[in-house]
Write a protein that binds this ligand. Structure first.
Ligand SMILES: [Zn+2]
Length: 352
């Protein structure tokens, strides 16, 4: 079991200058921080054309570039209220160490989700064998990094890699994160190769469990969602990225109905705003059901704090202070503050 303890939900701190509402910090479960550089580029193309632009950006990354550009983006995350991040990292070990330095400089807790990549993508993403991938993970752990296992996807990892990584994650009690069901083409290819859908393959290879987080699950069918629910795995929704890439709609109500834990990630970082992610999530659920308040304010705030921390294996993470005197909250009654925060604010309400 991963730790579930959390800071107290709510407290009000008043000083002569400011009245602040103290909340658990927001947790950004899924980030590819170098992709922040892509915003505005490749607009008007489909996911696969965008991916080509992304690969070119990935190719030019160096430890020096990661160290400087990640710190800038991590500071933006910190300013928006994120106090911990899961960096889904496929750029190599020296760049992983640079990302850790950048996070420390920005005051952000980092869990380095080191990616296993057997095939496809760029040569720099790939390891020769699953043993060499696990040796990289060991090397990062020996440097003191907090790490998780991250087989990139069923596209990038064959079944025997998935099995070996699942065994290691279980033995070492580490988080396991994996992309699945983001695009219909990935499902068709998985069916052609394995005769099963991506989340079914993850179940068969031992990758689903309480320490597992499936990123996206946009096109998961009912049987796949049932597998997530019965295994205790979580889903990380990356709503603004999924909208930007035209991925589709998260099956929000079907996930809620099965009580599958949900958390959020800024993913490609086209936007860095936990409030906007939560509004997208609740907005999709409302449009799908024709009802309001599908998740409820406490649910939504939990998704971007306790559930996210659990997905990253974090027992504690810094709190944030919300500016009670911010213009977005002016005139709002005390009992309406939290709903108003989720429905009508952005990251600028977070005190620095
Ligand atoms: Zn991703």
């Amino acid at each position: 079991m991963l730790a579930t303890s959390a800071p107290s939900r709510r407290a009000v701190v008043a000083s002569p200058l400011v009245t602040a509402l103290v909340l658990p910090g927001f947790v950004n479960v899924h980030s590819h921080t170098f992709q922040r550089a892509l915003r505005g580029r490749a607009a008007g193309t489909d996911f696969w054309a965008w991916r080509e632009t992304m690969l070119a950006e990935a190719e030019r990354q160096t430890p020096e570039l990661v160290r400087s550009s990640y710190e800038r983006t991590y500071l933006e995350m910190r300013a928006a209220g994120f106090t911990a991040v899961g960096e889904f990292h496929y750029l190599g070990v020296p760049e992983a160490l640079a990302a850790a330095e950048a996070a420390a400089a920005a005051g952000l807790q980092l869990v380095l989700l080191h990616v296993a990549y057997a095939r496809g993508g760029l040569p720099r993403f790939r390891q020769e064998s699953v043993e060499s991938y696990l040796a990289e993970v060991e090397a990062l752990r020996s440097q003191g990094l907090r790490v998780g296992l991250a087989p990139h996807s069923v596209r990038a990892c064959p079944a025997d890699w998935l099995e070996a990584i699942a065994r290691y994650a279980e033995r070492e009690d580490l988080p396991l994160h994996v992309h699945a069901d983001e695009q219909p083409r990935e499902i068709e290819e998985c069916l052609a190769e394995h005769g099963s859908r991506p989340i079914e393959l993850l179940a068969r290879t031992g990758c689903l469990g309480e320490r597992t987080t499936v990123i996206h699950a946009t096109h998961a069918d009912g049987a796949e969602l049932d597998l997530l629910a019965s295994s205790g795995a979580a889903v990380c929704a990356c709503l603004t990225t999924e909208a930007d890439l035209g991925d589709g709609f998260l099956p929000a109500e079907r996930i809620r109905h099965r009580s599958i834990p949900l958390c959020i990630g800024s993913d490609s970082n086209v936007r860095i705003d936990p409030f906007e992610e939560l509004r997208e999530l609740e907005g999709i659920a409302r449009r799908q059901t024709g009802r309001r308040g599908v998740f409820g304010t406490d649910d939504l705030l939990r998704f971007c704090s306790e559930t996210g921390a659990r997905a990253l294996g974090l027992a504690d993470w810094p709190e944030i202070r919300i500016d009670r005197d911010h213009s977005s909250l002016a005139g709002v009654a005390e009992e309406d503050i939290l709903p108003a925060l989720v429905s009508g604010c952005d990251g600028s309400v977070v005190l620095q």
